[in-house]
Design a protein around this ligand. Sequence first.
Ligand code: ADP
Ligand code: MG
Ligand code: MG
Length: 257
Amino acid sequence: SDTLVITNLHCSVEGKQILRGVNLTVRRGETHALMGPNGSGKSTLGLVIMGHPKYVVTEGTITLNGEDLHEKSPDERARRGLFYAFQRPVAIPGVKLADFLRHAATNVRNPERKEGEELMPMRDFRKELKAKMEQLRMNPDFARRYVNDGFSGGEMKRAEILQMAMLQPKIAVLDETDSGLDADAVRLASQSIAEIGREKMGLLIITHHDKLLEHNPPEFTHVMLGGRIVETGGIELAAELHGQGYDRIRRTYPDAA
Ligand code: ADP
Ligand code: MG
Ligand code: MG
């Protein structure tokens, strides 16, 4: 099955070493929780997986189905089936969400497509968008707004989930997709991710809350500290950390932070 393999990954941003040897394998169909205190490097790991240009790999590898992604742009990675939902989504003023999604969906379905070449037929796209928005209980007007421009925190997260539903990635990294949402919105987002993600994708879920994991129970929980995954367990590890925080982790791995 589709497999993302991260081996001894070291990464720096603006000359500062952030990741210090991350090892992680995510297969399609698996759900992984990535936890850890603020500043431990979780978002950095997601961004470097997606190939964000600011995040420089200084050692180690990231492969998807055996292919080294090192020289691949974010767009090329997306076309290969990787998806990253930003902790802080960026606005694209002047680009309507529907147009953005049609573009992205075309590229994922036709990875060889070059800029300027035909997009997927409007009729097919509209039909699919409508179906996905109904499934996610979203108002159709939403797709006519500019991407993240003036969106509330909740709307940005909803837009990311819609994007994930349309792109059907092989491996998706969800970076605090539940942050800044009220309880109802968290439940809806959690259910939506479970509906569209279950068994069809590999999920790496970064979260500080238990709702998302309640609906998307992880087979694996990883704890990041000081730019390394210091401990991996099952769902019980996530439960422990939700209940008790990171004191035990800090005490057990005093050299990591
Ligand atoms: P987490 O998501 O676990 O809270 P981050 O990956 O966001 O952690 O950050 C890890 C560390 O890297 C922090 O010390 C943060 O300040 C630093 N960092 C992340 N991105 C940047 C950046 N673009 N410029 C400078 N420092 C950064
Ligand atoms: Mg954080
Ligand atoms: Mg983060």
